[in-house]
Design a protein around this ligand. Structure first.
Ligand code: HEM
Length: 248
């Protein structure tokens, strides 16, 4: 045991270790701040936060849970991509394979679906909660707009994912949905054509929805989530209210 701790001490003295872990243990306020500044994973957090904004009722962690769900969706989505081909009729067969052939395929697909439903629910709950607390007022108004974009991206992610199983439900949902889009004045028909890659829900539509769902929209979401967090810092942290005071 003593040899092991001696070895560990030696490793900590090496240049390689010091180049990765540049600061010692965070025991003082200064070293704690430096730890936050110097870590890729922590530096998006503010170095100081107001105590009131740490109360559960200040957020109910709704935004953070939305983020966790987005991470779960990304992970399970990548795993699902190993088994899925965006082609007609292979897409439907892949769904059946996930159900009957792939180990834990049903579990994987259900986790992805459930997390998707929950994310839509949680993002709405987060938005209503922020609104109730007046989180849209200056200086947070820009972040509110970023939030609205995130809400639209979340809904569009849900919508594009709906076509991918290529079953009857998917086919008709997208047919009805894109018909509604085509009712938009002036540009409706063009938007529908652009989205479907044609006039009918077919192979082109499946490929477009796949690319939107697996590449474009997740990248847009990651970008705006980063801006969202950066703005929270720049706006001086979360909105706090007098009622956030702890009731002793
Ligand atoms: C992918 C979706 C979203 C994620 C991951 C997310 C994440 C977060 C997180 C982690 C916070 C910190 C406080 C908390 O946990 O509640 C926050 C704050 C905030 N969010 Fe979101 N959010 C999302 C969508 C939205 C939407 C749809 C809106 C509104 C339209 C919105 C508006 C705001 C505002 C204004 C704040 C600052 C609140 C304050 O000052 O008290 N967010 N968000």
């Amino acid at each position: 045991m003593a040899e092991l701790s001696l070895l560990f001490e030696r490793v900590r003295e090496t240049k390689v270790w010091k180049s990765v872990f540049r600061r010692g243990p965070a025991r003082t306020n200064r070293t704690r701040s430096l730890a936050v500044f110097g870590s890729l994973f922590l530096h998006y957090l503010p170095v100081k936060v107001r105590e009131k904004s740490l109360r559960v009722r200040a957020t109910y962690y709704l935004g953070s849970i939305s983020l966790i769900l987005f991470a779960v969706l990304s992970l399970t989505g990548v795993l699902l991509m190993f088994y899925y081909h965006p082609a007609v009729p292979q897409a439907y067969r892949d769904m059946k394979d996930l159900q009957f052939v792939v180990s834990n395929g049903v579990f994987l697909r259900n986790v992805h679906r459930l997390a998707a439903h929950l994310m839509v629910l949680l993002v709405f709950a987060h938005m209503f909660h922020v609104f109730y607390r007046g989180g849209y007022k200056p200086p947070h108004e820009f972040n509110w707009v970023v939030g609205v974009i995130l809400l639209l991206v979340t809904l569009f992610l849900s919508y594009t994912g709906y076509l991918l199983p290529w079953d009857q439900l998917a086919f008709w949902a997208i047919t009805v949905g894109t018909n509604i889009i085509s009712a938009m004045p002036v540009i409706g028909g063009r938007v529908r054509f652009l989205l479907l890659g044609g006039n009918l829900v077919g192979e082109n539509a499946l490929l477009r929805f796949y690319v939107l769902h697996c590449v474009i929209l997740p990248l847009v979401a990651v970008w705006f989530i980063a801006v969202h967090f950066w703005r929270i810092q720049k706006d001086g942290g979360l909105t706090v209210r007098d009622t956030d005071e702890r009731k002793e």
